[in-house]
Write a protein that binds this ligand. Sequence first.
Ligand SMILES: C[S@@+](CC[C@H](N)C(=O)[O-])C[C@H]1O[C@@H](n2cnc3c(N)ncnc32)[C@H](O)[C@@H]1O
Length: 231
Amino acid sequence: MHTDKEKIDLIETGLDNSFIFIPDDSRRLITKNLVPGIRVYDEKLINIENEEYRIWDPFRSKLAALVLKGSPISLKKNNSVLYLGAANGTTVSHVSDIVTSGTVFAVEFSSRAMKDLINVSTSRMNLVPILADAANPKSYQNMVTEVDVIYQDVAQKDQAWIAIRNARMFLKKEGILILMIKARSIDSTRDPRDVTDMEVKKLEGEFELHELVNLEPYHSDHYAVVVKQIL
Ligand SMILES: C[S@@+](CC[C@H](N)C(=O)[O-])C[C@H]1O[C@@H](n2cnc3c(N)ncnc32)[C@H](O)[C@@H]1O
């Protein structure tokens, strides 16, 4: 019989132990809970060596799906992140768990979702909720600093342009943009991969492509695009 400690053989991913896999058959991903005892949605909490972790569900979070598809995702403890399309804070909360000494600026234009996001932010000191339209970054320029990473998940037709505008205003030189593309919300009649390629083309000239990942089986017709700013 193995002890619990032996069974839970942690593989660290180089992210200061705030984001790790439990290498059991389920390939579960977890983040160290920034606010022990507090759940953000209905995620499971587990204790490992006196630290509390939150299960990070790839079916609920495209960023978790991207990690499980093998991306190293470039999020470091001290990073500042501009998160566009924060919704009610599911993925945002895991990003907040990871960038423990950084900041997450979370932009969302639905006031209903913002209510939940504000609740999440009250106990998370590194999370700044911003009620605004990501297509108009000037409206929040006084609230956001330069950032290392922009994460965008807005499911909008003009998402490439939204990303470019935000990157020009806030992304550090050589910063990373992670763009989640829901092909069906751009053109439901065309092949999702063709739609995605078209969006990636729009980023050419300002960004260098690092990864283009199909998020199946976690999210159908969704692609993650990871690019680095070259300006
Ligand atoms: C797919 S959901 C995001 C889910 C979230 N990223 C997560 O993983 O927890 C898309 C969100 O983007 C928001 N959104 C769409 N267009 C937006 C815009 N132009 N500005 C701000 N938020 C926007 C929607 O209200 C919605 O909450």
